[in-house]
Write a protein that binds this ligand. Structure first.
Ligand code: ZN
Length: 234
């Protein structure tokens, strides 16, 4: 049985739910984020608040939650031109991918996460990638994850498990999963502290959390929330 995990934790709804899953399942859990000069560092601030709130409100998880790591990945901004790293408007590209797609981003994240996990003696790498997401990023697909798990395990001569709790569920089910893992307190924490909005909006507070309410990330979060809430009512 695996006992230790490293969670790719950005401070958004998905990775916070993944962190709760890991804290439920493993005895020692560490977190990692990547600073690639996202247009909005509000994400990186949100994650520290989420960690603090988790420690305060969930004593049973607090003792399992270990070191937090933030790796500098400014180089990613040098090789990519996307609406996440440059002052560009969000749009769909001719290849059907949104211009928020940073080629190879998740491959790089997982490689660095595995190197860190190797050094820290962590067995499982948990990531919130999802095939049911609207975006269809090829580096979030299950096949890619399986290939990465094999490549990293062979390349470091150590068996890594890449775990993807959200791979086959939609945003409404992600809210339900949070509810199952940590009840209303965790749902409230995610609403209040996690950040999803592409525009970095922390001024407008909605029932589902902060955000501009109009960018694709906000739309997705809103729709998932509505489905989750109507499922609760019925
Ligand atoms: Zn937004």
């Amino acid at each position: 049985m695996h006992k230790t995990a490293l969670v790719l934790f950005s401070g958004g709804q998905d990775s916070t739910t993944c962190l709760a899953h890991a804290l439920n399942a493993y005895e020692r859990v560490e977190t990692v984020a990547f600073d690639y000069r996202q247009r909005h560092s509000v994400e990186l601030q949100a994650r520290l608040q989420v960690l603090q709130a988790l420690r305060q409100q969930f004593p049973k998880w607090s003792s399992r939650l270990g070191q937090d790591h933030c790796l500098d990945l400014a180089v990613l901004g040098e090789v990519s031109e996307t609406s996440l790293t440059r002052e560009m408007a969000f749009q769909m590209q001719t290849d059907g991918l949104p211009n928020t797609f940073v080629p190879g981003r998740n491959l790089l994240f997982l490689t660095l996460a595995a190197a860190l996990a190797y050094r820290r003696g962590l067995e499982v790498i948990v990531t919130g990638v999802c095939e049911t997401d609207f975006s269809g990023y090829p580096d979030c697909r299950d096949d890619t994850m399986k290939a990465m798990q094999l490549a990293l395990s062979l390349g470091m001569d150590k068996r890594f498990l890449i775990e993807t709790p959200l791979m086959w569920i939609d945003k409404a089910a992600t809210w339900r999963l949070a509810d199952t893992l940590g009840g209303q307190a965790l749902v409230d924490l995610i609403v209040e502290h996690t950040h999803t909005c592409y525009l970095g909006d922390r001024e407008h507070r909605h029932a589902w959390g902060y955000g501009c309410g109009e960018c694709p990330a906000c739309e997705l979060r809103l729709r998932g929330w509505q489905q989750y809430r109507s499922g609760q009512a019925s």
